[in-house]
Ligand binder design. Structure first.
Ligand SMILES: Cc1ncc(COP(=O)(O)O)c(C=O)c1O
Length: 417
């Protein structure tokens, strides 16, 4: 392990960058990134003091070394961009270049970004406006894993995880599948936590068919679920991990697409056809080092895990009290409260179509009432996502959940007898 608190030499900065980062638009073999130590007017100075870009910077090397401490073992080569969307785009391009295959499998209840490729892989209705012609080609959708309201009407555990097996059926029938992209715990679309067998089974299926597993941790990463990265809950190693948001505590725009060494090695003598002007911009990288150090100092990942039973118990109490609460689910400091008109049929108050047509949603009415009291909650179709800062205190949680408790009366009044 590299001591990231000690000053790094120019040689170290260049070597760490070369070993752990992708050099853009090039074969990786032969890349010797120059350490840029300073710049003024028309001149920049390298680490050896000479006046003289894939440049190396101290913050780039320092963050790369830090990432090796916290990312799942084996995820060791990095491409930095500025949004989760760009990290996902990079992941698709890398998967396609590496496998020589084209298709991407995604799942309906998902969000993976807003650009042509990432919106094409977004299962939720944000994709509809771009259909059919305005989105990247080659994405096919699998059913999500939703044990509360299974899209294929199975019941866990009797289902024997049919939703994973169906993905194998898709791979066989689609052929040409480069990768499957998953949110390990689905975020905006309902904090869907899969059963324990799901990801180990999916990993086996991917391995059997030479399909890469892309783990989109833009929302679920960085301690949110009580582990540094959510996929660790199931001891499953992805081939590519994408993340953003929490990497800098969202203070500055930074995202990461990280791959295994096996994928990295492929690009030693194959052209890495990807890059951005603001790739690995030093202004974005320093705050990520500070964020990780602060998370380690305050033990925020452990804290999210410790707070989980408290939040769960408070939200379960809401479910016991309010007939409109159909389900409560989550991990760490990442929960959903789903509201329904009818608990028996699980009929939601609003549909995805209501959302895209701009109809008034019951969840939005409740969220507006909460906001008027100073409590912000994310509302989506017919559920709330509860994802407070990891430093939240029990008193602050009580305050937020009390506001939800009060205004759930709006939904209770609309429940069908
Ligand atoms: C799981 C997931 N992937 C990708 C994205 C896209 O990230 P960004 O909005 O930074 O482009 C998001 C954004 O919320 C997300 O939640």
């Amino acid at each position: 392990m590299i001591d990231t608190s000690a000053p790094l030499t120019t040689e170290q900065v260049s070597t760490i960058t070369r070993q752990t980062n992708y050099g853009t638009w090039r074969y990786q073999k032969g890349w010797k990134p120059l350490h840029i130590a300073d710049a003024e007017d028309c001149w920049f100075t390298d680490g050896a003091g000479n006046a003289a870009p894939g440049y190396a910077t101290t913050s780039r090397a320092r963050l790369s070394a830090k990432l090796l401490e916290v990312l799942p073992k084996g995820i060791e080569k990095f491409f930095f961009a500025t949004s989760g969307t760009e990290a996902v785009e990079a992941a698709f391009k890398i998967a396609r270049m590496f496998t020589g295959k084209t298709k991407i499998i995604s799942r309906y209840r998902s969000y993976h970004g807003s650009t042509m490729g990432s919106i094409a892989a977004t299962g939720d209705p944000r994709r509809w406006a771009m259909e059919p012609a305005g989105k990247g080609a080659g994405v096919v959708f699998a059913p999500e894993t939703n044990c509360y309201d299974c899209p294929i009407k199975h019941t866990y555990p009797g289902c024997n995880i049919a939703c994973a097996d169906y993905i194998e059926h898709m791979i066989r029938n689609e052929s040409d599948v480069a990768a499957i992209i998953v949110e390990p715990v689905v975020g905006t679309n309902g904090v869907l936590v899969p059963p324990p067998e799901y990801f180990p089974r999916l990993r086996e299926i991917c391995d059997r068919h030479g399909v890469l597993l892309i783990d989109d941790e833009v929302m679920a990463g960085w301690g949110r679920t009580g582990k540094w990265f959510a996929m660790e809950h199931w001891n499953v190693k992805p081939d590519i991990l994408t993340t953003a948001k929490g990497i800098t505590s969202a203070y500055v725009p930074l995202s990461l697409c990280a791959t295994t060494t096996k994928i990295a090695n492929y690009f030693e003598d194959h052209y890495f056809s990807h890059g951005h002007t603001y790739e690995a911009h030093p202004l974005t990288l320093g705050p990520a080092v500070a964020t990780i150090e602060e998370m380690q100092r305050l033990k925020l990942v452990e804290r999210a895990a410790e707070m989980e039973p408290y939040v769960r118990q408070k939200l379960e109490a809401l479910k016991a009290k309010h007939p409109s609460v159909g389900d409560v689910r989550g991990l760490g400091l990442f929960f959903a409260v789903e509201i329904v008109k009818n608990r028996a049929t699980k009929q939601l108050f609003n549909t995805m179509r209501d959302k895209v047509e701009g109809k008034p949603l019951v969840v939005d009415q409740i969220a507006a009432k909460m906001m008027a009291q100073g409590v912000s909650i994310q509302a989506w179709v017919s559920h709330f996502v509860i994802a407070p800062p990891l430093i939240v205190t029990k008193e602050e949680l009580d305050l937020g959940i009390a506001a939800l408790d009060e205004h759930l009366a709006i939904a209770d009044a609309l429940v069908e007898a």
